[in-house]
Design a protein around this ligand. Structure first.
Ligand SMILES: [Zn+2]
Ligand SMILES: [Zn+2]
Length: 757
């Protein structure tokens, strides 16, 4: 009615359709309502059912001529589980028109030769696909590039691969620019699957090497002006896609081989067992959707139920192994040991942020016959291992006894101190707990340094860097973080420099407790996958770092002293690890390096700035000497050969050269044999050498004689004399032997071998 009354649209173009076509629902339940659609008539040449008899083109007639361009849904009902409609309190119009479709239609109007001019040379190819959503300059440059890379036109297999890839590369680039990283869960898993699907469709048109990342540049040329983040993140997007592709290719190749193995002997209609599908998935990382596609292409089916069953079993196994952990917690809590209880307190109060020493009471303790003690205190300055920071050590004592504490673990709200009774007996509950303060300070140096490093990495590498884990000890720390490739030398140097600069600035460190939501809003960095209470502890390094953290820290960054990165390496896919040291440890290393350098200068008699040059010179000189030595060896070998030639004998018309040579390896022996063959027009040669108290023999027969004499047989015959054996080809063979005293006899024996053959 509105169309008729309010617009000047030709009445014959306004059509009524019933519930089937003009009622829109999201799903079985949910908001819904009648809709009004705008269709466009592309002209009779777009009818895809021309060949069908009695076909009449019409709106909603499912041929290619009329296509929907725009939908207006008048959302006013809610359908409940019983299928009943309820009027919604708020009613609205939901309008949707596909951007790609509109662009495609505009650019494909008959009067508009836009595409034809822009893609002149190749425009012919697209004619048959005019007016699909991909036929616009939003996609064509990408489709073109895919065609070029694969040598397969857009017409190949109806362009399915081209379309899937050009669609998916957009989803990938935008998601990654938004900070999503491929992973095994949540949205990371979604883009991983999208990437794998695109790569798979690439395989179908012969693209076996990583190729998706090469499309990013083209995509950015199309959309980069409107979506500036794409331009900014270009390098990042390309690298993430490329490394994921490389990884997937390995998985794919391995999985494909395994798939072939598993399906040998299966015929169309056969079913791949759930066990095998699971093996592909679990052991070879081959995604189930791909197994399904592969199976489908060979007319095979997969046992979905069997697969789900295997998955359930797998989950069960995981659950069981998780239970094992709980068992060890029981052990930790000492559930099976006898406790002596003084104060039945339910919570150990941690006072270690402010104090290194505290007057306290024993809540309970246990001791075995080797004086191993577990002791729970009401208050403690001991930090229990958590958040990657190791526990404090120290002692718990009073006038009657002293316990040395090596480890502290949290069990619920209780802190269990593990140690050894060193003196006296535990007779009263009042105790002094005191931690090793200098060790604590070193731990704090390293912990504060992890926070500096974290922020520095985000500055140098980008905001995608997130902490994945850490281990903070008194003598150094390691820090795991998300990043998709090895850090360059420059990146490492820059990161180290930034941290040291922040140390020199001696930034104050403050700690406060606040609401989790507020902390997040203030931009405090939280650990991935970590659960936090409502109130959180925020550690702030002035103007540089803001992290949720329960660890013990310094008062100012200057106390760290020096920060040195020792190594950077991969620990898992897209996870890098930095190992670093601070304070005294770092200083000692610098001292050590300086000493080595000084010693080096002294021995080389060269000032420090000339050392490299000097080493290069020495290496070169060494190489020259080596070459010279080789030449001399060869010369002396040639001399030996000349001598042997002079002593050559002729038996049965065959020239025989036999004798001992001086070499230090079988390799050299072979080289001399080669030289001998070059000199010898026709004949048989036998060379022997003593190498490491063993005999080596090599026998050669020139090509014209191999029909009559076999080097392998000859060398075996001769080797018997030196208690050895060997073999080889008819023209060249080697043997080894134990008895070096018989070498000359063996070399002589060749003559009788030929004579009596
Ligand atoms: Zn039609
Ligand atoms: Zn921390």
């Amino acid at each position: 009615k509105i169309w008729k009354d309010e617009t000047d649209i030709d009445d014959t173009h306004i059509l009524y359709f019933g519930k089937k076509d003009n009622f829109w629902e999201m799903g079985e339940t949910g908001p819904c309502g009648p809709c009004s659609e705008i269709h466009i008539d592309l002209g009779v040449e777009h009818c895809s059912k021309k060949n069908q008899k009695n076909h009449q083109c019409q709106v909603n007639g499912n041929c290619g001529r009329f296509i929907e361009l725009w939908n207006l849904v008048f959302i006013q009902f809610y359908r409940d589980e019983k299928g009943e409609l309820h009027k919604l309190k708020d009613r609205f119009v939901d309008t949707g028109a596909g951007f790609e479709r509109i662009v495609s239609l505009l650019q494909n109007r008959d009067s508009n030769n836009y595409l034809a001019t822009k893609f002149q040379a190749k425009s012919q190819k697209f004619v048959s696909h005019l007016a699909d959503n991909y036929t616009s300059d939003l996609f064509l440059p990408i489709i073109e590039q895919i065609s070029e890379m694969s040598n397969k036109d857009y017409s190949f297999n109806n362009g399915v691969s081209h379309r899937v890839i050009s669609d998916h590369i957009r989803a990938l680039a935008f998601s990654i620019a938004d900070g999503v990283m491929p992973s095994n869960e949540g949205r990371g898993y979604v883009i991983r699957r999208i990437l794998r699907r695109a790569d798979w469709y690439g395989r179908l048109i012969g693209l076996t090497n990583p190729f998706l990342y090469k499309l990013v540049d083209t995509l950015i040329q199309i959309m980069g002006d409107q979506y500036y983040e794409l331009k900014e993140m270009k390098k990042h997007i390309e690298l993430v896609i490329k490394s994921e592709e490389e990884r997937f290719n390995i998985t794919l190749d391995r999985g494909l081989r395994k798939f072939q193995d598993l399906t040998v002997g299966l015929h169309s209609g056969d079913i791949i067992s759930g066990k095998n599908v699971f093996a592909l998935y679990d052991t070879y990382g081959f995604p189930v959707d791909l197994t399904r596609i592969m199976a489908d292409r060979q007319g095979l089916e997969i046992d979905e139920q069997g697969f789900q069953k295997e998955m359930a079993l797998q989950r069960e196994r995981c659950r069981k192994s998780a239970k094992f952990q709980i068992c060890s917690d029981d052990f930790l809590a000492g559930k099976d040991i006898e406790w002596t209880v003084y104060f039945p307190c339910e919570k150990t109060e941690f006072v270690g942020y402010e104090q290194v020493k505290a007057d306290t009471y024993i809540a309970k303790y246990s001791i075995d016959n080797q004086d191993n003690v577990r002791i729970v205190l009401c208050q403690t300055p001991f930090y229990a291992e958590s958040g990657g920071q190791v526990s404090d050590t120290g002692k718990i004592y009073n006038q009657e006894c002293s316990i040395e504490i090596q480890d502290v673990q949290k069990q619920g709200d209780l802190y269990i101190h593990f140690g050894k009774l060193k003196k006296g007996e535990i007779n009263s509950e009042k105790m002094i707990a005191e931690i090793d303060e200098s060790r604590r300070k070193n731990i704090a140096r390293n912990h504060t340094a992890t926070h500096l490093l974290h922020s520095a990495l985000r500055k140098v590498l980008g905001e995608h860097v997130h902490q994945k884990g850490s281990l903070v000890k008194p003598d150094g720390f390691r820090f795991d973080f998300t990043h998709f490739q090895q850090m360059s030398k420059q990146e490492i140097a820059l990161t180290e420099e930034i941290v040291n600069q922040k140390i020199r600035e001696n930034l104050p460190i403050s700690v406060h407790i606040e609401e989790l939501d507020k902390a997040r809003k203030d931009g405090a960095i939280a650990l991935f996958n970590e659960k936090y209470a409502d109130k959180v502890r925020v550690v702030t390094i002035k103007d540089f770092s803001n992290e949720l953290c329960g660890g013990t820290h310094l008062n100012a960054t200057g106390e760290i002293g020096i920060f040195l990165i020792l190594s950077e390496e991969s620990v898992a896919f897209n996870v890098r690890r930095i190992e670093a040291i601070t304070g005294e440890q770092a200083y000692k290393i610098v001292q050590n390096i300086r000493e080595i350098l000084q010693e080096f200068q002294y021995r080389m008699r060269t000032p420090q700035d000339k050392l490299i040059e000097k080493i290069d010179k020495l290496l070169l000189a060494n190489k020259r000497m080596h070459q010279q030595l080789e030449r001399m060896k060869l010369n002396s070998a040639t001399n030996t050969l000349d001598k042997l030639f002079n002593q050559a004998r002729v038996i049965n018309g065959v020239k025989i050269i036999s004798g001992e040579v001086k070499v230090s390896s079988n390799n050299e022996l072979r080289k001399i044999a080669d030289a001998l063959r070059n000199k010898l027009d026709s004949g048989i040669g036998l060379l022997g050498a003593k190498i490491n108290d063993k005999v080596s023999l090599i026998c050669l027969v020139t090509d014209d004689l191999v029909d009559k004499y076999n080097a392998g047989k000859l060398v075996r015959e001769v080797a018997k004399i030196v208690q050895g054996s060997g073999g080889g080809k008819a023209s060249l063979a080697m043997a080894g032997g134990k008895d070096i005293s018989k070498l000359s006899t063996a070399l002589e024996h060749i003559h009788s071998c030929i004579k009596y053959k």
